[in-house]
Design a protein around this ligand. Structure first.
Ligand code: HEC
Length: 201
């Protein structure tokens, strides 16, 4: 009797673990592991990938999500543009940066909403220059002060009151890459039936 009980207990625990694994790992993997990239989705360039690593390093994802939810889950489409995101939108994203917090707006389609490189540079240097009252922190260490800008430098068009002793503020390597990454974030391309929905069906 004792032996039978231990046996039952052992298989009960085993079955519970297996069921949990199947539901949380096996099934999702079978559903989304073979999704082809949608036609409109470009691979990241080396520069954009480096910018993506800066996005992670600077903790942008603690305040910004990258997911547009379908109707019925809030007003995402009106606020952040585009259609609801589908699994195929993320095939090149490793690790994914879906995010869990929205202290700031969703950024999955930020390049469609704000395509200006200069705007992004000014906003990163000090968000309140372009968005009065913004609570986003400045990321001014991504920029350099130079006596004179060199050819090819991206110089910030700062108002006179913010120009430190007449020197130019130019985008550093990390700022350039980060903005290149932000300007690649545009998942507003159409999704044709059968390309990027679950399991490609
Ligand atoms: C502490 C939270 C916080 C962090 C960290 C943060 N942001 Fe923001 N961000 C905000 C808030 C709040 C706004 C809305 C106000 C504004 O536009 O400045 C915003 C706005 C933005 C916008 C404009 C969005 C739009 O729809 O107009 C961009 C682009 C952006 N952030 C990029 C970044 C990047 C890149 C980083 C990392 C380097 C970052 N943010 C880090 C809070 C944050």
């Amino acid at each position: 009797m004792m032996f039978f009980r231990s046996f039952l207990f052992f298989f009960g625990v085993l079955a519970t673990l297996l069921l949990g694994w199947a539901g949380l790992v096996g099934m999702p993997d079978a559903m989304i592991s073979e999704i082809p990239p949608p036609e409109g989705l470009q691979r990241y360039t080396a520069e954009q990938l480096y910018g993506r690593s800066i996005y992670i390093r600077e903790g942008c994802l603690y305040c910004h999500s990258q997911q547009v939810r379908p109707e019925g889950f809030g007003s995402d489409q009106a606020r952040f543009w585009g259609r609801p995101s589908v699994p195929g939108d993320y095939v090149f994203d490793k690790p994914h940066l879906l995010g869990t917090m929205r202290t700031g707006p969703d950024l999955l389609n930020i390049a469609a909403r704000q395509p200006s490189e200069q705007w992004h540079m000014l906003h990163l240097y000090d968000p309140r220059i372009v968005v009065p009252g913004s609570i986003m922190p400045p990321f001014s260490w991504l920029f350099e002060k130079k006596p004179t800008a060199a050819p090819g430098d991206i110089v910030l068009n700062l108002p006179d009151s913010l120009k430190p002793d007449g020197r130019a503020i130019v985008a550093g390597r990390d700022a350039k890459a980060l903005v290149a990454y932000l300007l690649s974030l545009d998942r507003t391309y159409p999704i044709s039936q059968g390309t990027a929905t679950l399991k490609g069906k």
